[in-house]
Design a protein around this ligand. Structure first.
Ligand SMILES: Nc1ncnc2c1ncn2[C@@H]1O[C@H](COP(=O)(O)OP(=O)(O)OP(=O)(O)O)[C@@H](O)[C@H]1O
Ligand SMILES: [Mg+2]
Length: 251
């Protein structure tokens, strides 16, 4: 197995005349946690969505675990199975129990039988601290619990890599910690993670590397102590001043 799990090379994405990604190169190694930070509209979500081809890149290549997804002959479904994705909105099926939310894709996509799917589901609910909520309906859970269910659902597919797009930004502040705690635990277990986040403390403590994006490109990257602690680029400094102290007038 190669050391590089995600390889993004020369990635461009335009929506009509709007160029959103202007040549992005990212390599994520096995077990690495990479946090992506940057202002609204800089292309962070688009970058993540290109990794599992929810968006089709205009140019460039994306490979996951050695398989090039952007190859016209690629088995996209097989490649996507290696990638777990967690969004800001949890997207649980509201009419299904928590347990059933975790078994649907396992049964449909991975063809696991009911017993095996439920075993894996319970194992992953325990992993996110929600073993006792298997029979609850999503509406009976807090936002933070729903997001942890969404994480468990992704994990139940045995992904090689997990993508997170601002997983805590729709949550009440007091619920953020539990979700970040689960993500921190995943990182400690060696999961390969690409995380778009505004949680600078989390990025500082958990990320191996931080990418600062602005205007559709990576402006600065490196260890969190450098990019967040001692940014070199003016644009990074301006952004950080704003997110670390929102009352600080920059412009
Ligand atoms: N499907 C789409 N069609 C047209 N424009 C889009 C589409 N998706 C994104 N965009 C545009 O691309 C740019 C980058 O969007 P993106 O969602 O990647 O930014 P972001 O960095 O994730 O921002 P935020 O921090 O607000 O989530 C924005 O100008 C956005 O309006
Ligand atoms: Mg976004």
């Amino acid at each position: 197995m190669s050391d590089v799990v995600i390889e993004i090379a020369g990635l461009h994405k335009s929506f009509g005349s709007l160029e959103v990604l202007r040549g992005v190169d990212v390599r994520v190694r096995r077990g690495e946690v990479v946090c992506v930070i940057g202002p609204s509209g800089s292309g962070k979500s688009t970058l993540l969505r290109c990794v599992n081809l929810l968006e089709e890149p205009t140019a460039g290549t994306v490979s996951v675990d050695g398989a090039e997804l952007t190859d016209p002959d690629a088995d996209i479904d097989a490649a996507r199975r290696r990638i777990g994705m967690v969004f800001q909105q949890f997207n649980l099926f509201s009419h299904l129990s928590v347990l059933d939310n975790l078994t649907v894709a396992q049964r449909k996509v991975l063809k696991r039988d009911k017993q095996e799917a439920e075993r894996v589901a319970r194992e992953n609910l325990a992993r996110v601290g929600l073993a006792e909520k298997a029979d609850s309906m999503p509406a009976q859970l807090s936002g933070g619990q729903q997001q942890r269910v969404a994480i468990a659902r992704a994990l139940a597919m045995n992904p090689q890599v997990m993508l997170f797009d601002e997983p805590t930004s729709a949550l009440d502040p007091e619920l953020v910690g539990d979700v970040l705690g689960v993500m921190r635990q995943l990182a400690d277990e060696g999961m390969t993670m690409l995380v778009v986040t505004h949680e600078m403390q989390f990025a500082r403590e958990v990320a191996d590397r931080v990418l600062f994006m602005d205007g559709g490109g990576i402006v600065e990257q490196g260890p969190p102590a450098e990019v967040i602690g001692a940014p070199k680029q003016e644009r990074t400094k301006t952004f950080l001043a704003r997110v670390l102290d929102p009352t600080h007038a920059v412009e």
